[in-house]
Ligand binder design. Structure first.
Ligand code: ZN
Ligand code: ZN
Length: 220
């Protein structure tokens, strides 16, 4: 059984690209694609094309893919810091028919996503690798910000403190987003009380050292 399987594999041809007729688009290894979900009320699945293969004569095309998981599909579910366009590259691989491909999309690194000028319906970002059998993530910790100690969610506006350079949610500073956007220089609560203390006692300048430790706190 295994030997005959191996022989079939041996006759496989690897394709550099393949045109999915239904959408009239050419896909290549490395592309990210939407794949039809069996449940039509759910958003399409997202996958990364690893390899495209066919029989010797070019028929029976299959795409080898690696699934992206959406936060809702992970073991612990969607967390408050997960963005609406966040996906996790997983170790879950599959072989699919190219007919299930509904279109192409882009999965950016976190950094390039946060510097996009325009975010379209086909733009996503990935900052974690998800281990589908254990539900673990790599990296298993991430920098946290603000008094609420949350990792950065790009859906939420944040403002930077001029003192400690930590980032804050306007909500957590008891102000509105509009108010935060008009502030030129922000000093968070601990920095403004520290400022007061330094004014009263100019030699007590321990701000930088203590704050650096603070912003290095990490949490998943
Ligand atoms: Zn906060
Ligand atoms: Zn501060």
């Amino acid at each position: 059984m295994h030997q005959s399987m191996a022989k079939v594999r041996g006759n496989e041809k690897t394709l550099d690209s393949y045109t999915v007729k239904a959408i009239n688009e050419s896909i290549r290894p490395g592309d990210c694609v939407f794949m039809r979900s069996p449940n039509p009320s759910k958003p399409p699945y997202i996958a990364k094309v690893d390899k495209i293969v066919s029989d010797d004569n070019g028929s029976n095309v299959k795409v080898h893919i690696r699934w992206y998981y959406r936060p809702e599909e992970s073991k612990d579910g969607k967390q408050p810091f997960h963005g609406s366009t966040e996906v996790f590259i997983s170790d879950h691989r599959d072989v699919q028919s190219p007919d299930t491909i509904e279109g192409k999309c882009k999965v950016h690194t976190f950094k390039s996503y946060t510097s996009l000028d325009d975010i379209g319906n086909d733009d996503f970002f990935c900052r974690f690798e998800y281990h589908s059998s254990t539900g673990d993530f790599t990296p298993n910790s991430v920098a946290v910000y603000c008094t609420c100690e949350m990792p950065y969610n790009p859906d939420q506006f944040m403002i930077q403190c001029d003192g400690c350079t930590d980032w804050f949610h306007p909500d957590c500073l008891k102000m509105t987003v509009d108010e935060a956007k008009t502030i030129e220089h922000l000093f968070c609560r601990s920095c403004s009380s520290e400022e007061q203390r330094i004014l009263q006692n100019p030699r007590a300048n321990s701000r930088n050292s203590t704050m650096k430790v603070e912003t290095k706190r990490r949490r998943r």
